[in-house]
Design a protein around this ligand. Structure first.
Ligand SMILES: Cc1cc2nc3c(=O)[nH]c(=O)nc-3n(C[C@H](O)[C@H](O)[C@H](O)COP(=O)(O)OP(=O)(O)OC[C@H]3O[C@@H](n4cnc5c(N)ncnc54)[C@H](O)[C@@H]3O)c2cc1C
Length: 613
């Protein structure tokens, strides 16, 4: 694979905590997708001093940089947090691997490269939780999507060959975060894309960034020149941090908590070397203006809670002094469930090559490697996928979607939340329930995602708006050094079951009642004999993974009386001088994977933070 080496200067990368200045204008906790984006923007005028503290280190090996096959990063466990979830009663007691990037660049350095945006209705729904006009609706965030991404169109030949629709007007051209295309696409994808259009109600939007559901092609996060991963570190840090005297990065150190004065104003942050297991090696650094927590959905709530910001009872159980009782911190946890439809094998498959050749045909792989080494073209310019269907419930289940919405809407909002859930968090879920029931009825919100791999077997199906809610909390026995306790509470809401039954039925319809049937699809799972809703759900409990690595919601941007953690300006309620900027602020999931939104929100956050200084 050997991607071209790039010279990366990082002279101000501080490796020992003792080398820091005692005070910075901003201390950013977590040098991930959002953290490095904000740090770049805050330092670019040369005036603000910024320190980023990152628990991971600088990593630039092939597991990070390689585009081909998409999930190369996942082959190197040293690049990840890898926690084990609480046992999931809804999944027959299984524990799930909980994965997030733990390197400079965070999850953007290990993710699956897919770049999609979600629907207009996602952003308008989030804005609606404030019950009045906010600056987070679709029209407000669209300029930040343009600022966040540099779009490179597919080659004319590729666009023509595969009928790729795109429209530059939804994109920008200035960011150092690149959205580009492979030079080659698997031939079977064309049939997958055209066949789905035979189903009533499926449309083809003008661009993946148009904010509409449907079947579409989308780019991936790769720099098209060298064909290397484009991520927060390459786009917002390499060569930038070193050139700015006002910007320091401390890697290999874990922030334990935000420190406060007696009036609840943040003073700074306390941190230890990453491997430390006691407070003996803790140091602190001061923040003159603000501490910006950007540790990701799994660690942001842990840090806030360890700092005394969270549900009072939990903090007391852990022996932590309460700075503010904020019940929403760590609640409202969501991720996109995976393996939720049906899997099929085509037994009359005329296409060659296909994605399985990577794994089953060593001659093909060797040729692809040679082509990539020589020209940076071919199959190894494909990451994990560039097309798929993002479909609303009215298309998935035209006969039942209204009933599903009605039953969901009629639920007592507390009925499927954990016992003892705070009334503000229940009120927040009630607001989400109303908005998500409307989304089930809407043509503008996608619930079902099928990303097409381009192989003789297909079935990568993702549930975009799960209705169950989980939690991420400190371990009260060891709040600082133990991993967070992650509980998806998968399938705890029975309406998720109603929806997933329809996902299986729809997937069967797609394979068996469109032009795909000429390729003789044979159902591998659940298996054609499994037909009743009860049997389908029983099967889903066995195989569903409640994560596609897109966690959100644990520091939700919602009103405080709705269990929110940050306000519209991203400031944490009840304290001063602390904000959150990462995927944890999304109140619920977008109808898309989460990196594009995280970058766009970080761009917007930087403007908000600059405007209050
Ligand atoms: C394997 C994988 C595949 C994915 N595939 C896709 C995809 O194909 N398309 C897509 O759109 N999205 C994808 N995502 C999701 C997307 O990458 C994330 O939603 C996004 O990057 C999250 O950004 P963030 O800033 O919230 O968190 P992160 O980027 O994870 O940043 C958090 C940072 O904080 C650091 N940190 C944590 N705790 C501490 C602490 N105590 N002290 C100091 N630093 C700390 C972490 O090391 C990390 O660098 C994927 C994610 C993963 C993990």
């Amino acid at each position: 694979f050997g991607p071209a080496a790039r010279s990366i200067v990082h002279s101000t990368l501080v490796e020992r905590g003792g080398d820091l200045m005692p005070e910075y204008d901003y201390v950013i906790v977590g040098g991930g997708t959002a953290g490095l984006t904000v740090a770049d923007r805050l330092t670019e005028n040369g005036k603000n001093s910024v320190l980023v503290i990152e628990v991971g280190t600088f990593q630039n090996g092939t597991a990070v940089t390689t585009v081909g096959m998409g999930f190369f990063g996942i082959t190197d466990p040293t690049l990840f947090f890898n926690y084990s979830s609480a046992p999931q009663p809804g999944l027959n007691g299984r524990r799930i691997d909980v994965i997030a990037g733990q390197i400079l660049g965070g999850s953007s350095g290990v993710n699956g490269f897919q770049v999609h945006r979600g629907q207009k209705e996602d952003y308008d729904r989030w804005a609606s939780y404030f019950g009045r006009k906010t600056s987070w609706g679709w029209d407000d965030v669209l300029p930040y999507f343009k600022k966040a991404w540099h779009f490179h169109p597919p080659s004319k030949a590729l666009a023509k060959q595969h009928d790729i629709k795109y429209d530059d007007k939804y994109w920008g051209k200035t960011s150092n975060i690149h959205a580009s295309w492979p030079t080659f696409l698997w031939p079977s994808l064309k049939s997958m894309m055209s066949s789905i259009g035979e189903i009533a109600g499926v449309t083809y939007p003008p661009d993946s960034g148009a904010g509409l559901p449907g079947a579409f092609w989308y780019p991936h996060s790769a720099d098209p020149g060298p064909v290397l991963r484009s991520f927060a570190r390459t786009g917002h840090w390499d060569g930038i941090e070193a050139a700015r005297k006002n910007y320091h990065t401390l890697t290999g150190h874990r922030v334990l908590k935000v420190t406060f004065d007696k009036k609840g104003k943040a003073i700074g942050a306390s941190y230890v070397p990453t491997g430390a297991t006691s407070l003996a090696s803790a140091r602190s650094v001061k923040a003159k203006k603000e501490v910006i927590v950007a540790a990701g959905t799994l660690n942001t709530p842990k840090i806030l809670q360890a700092s005394g910001v969270g549900p009072k009872k939990l903090l007391r159980d852990a022996g932590i002094d309460v700075v503010v009782d904020l019940p929403g911190v760590g609640s409202n946890f969501q991720d996109h469930p995976f393996q939720v439809g049906a899997f099929f094998n085509f037994t009359n498959f005329p296409f060659h090559p296909d994605v399985n050749d990577f794994f089953e045909n060593s001659t093909f792989l060797a040729e692809a490697q040679a082509e990539f080494e020589a020209n940076r073209t071919g199959a190894l310019t494909i990451a994990s996928g560039n097309c798929g269907a993002f479909l609303p419930m009215g298309v998935i289940a035209p006969d039942t979607f209204k009933d599903i919405a009605r039953r969901y809407e009629a639920q007592d909002p507390a009925a499927h939340l954990p016992a003892g859930t705070d009334k503000t968090v229940i009120a927040g879920y009630q607001a989400q329930k109303k908005a998500l029931a409307a989304a089930i009825r809407s043509k503008g919100s996608a619930f079902y995602n099928f990303f097409f791999r381009g192989g003789y077997s297909e079935g990568a199906i993702v549930y975009l708006h799960p209705l169950s809610r989980g939690s991420v909390n400190i371990n009260t026995a060891d709040p600082y050094f133990s991993p967070p306790v992650v509980d998806y509470r998968a399938l705890s809401n029975p309406s998720d079951g109603d929806i997933l039954v329809e996902f299986v039925r729809f997937t069967r319809r797609y394979f068996q009642q469109t032009s795909l049937k000429k390729f003789n699809p044979v159902e591998l799972s659940p298996g054609a004999h499994i037909t009743s809703p009860a049997d389908i759900i029983a099967d889903v409990r066995n195989r569903m993974i409640p994560s596609t690595f897109h966690p959100v919601g644990t520091a939700a941007m919602m009103p405080r009386e709705l269990g929110g953690v940050v306000d519209e300006n991203l400031l944490v309620y009840g304290v001063k001088g602390v904000s959150v900027v990462d995927a944890s602020i999304m109140p619920d999931l977008p109808g898309a994977y989460t990196q594009q939104t995280t970058y766009a929100f970080a761009e917007k956050a930087a403007d908000i933070i600059k405007s209050r200084s």
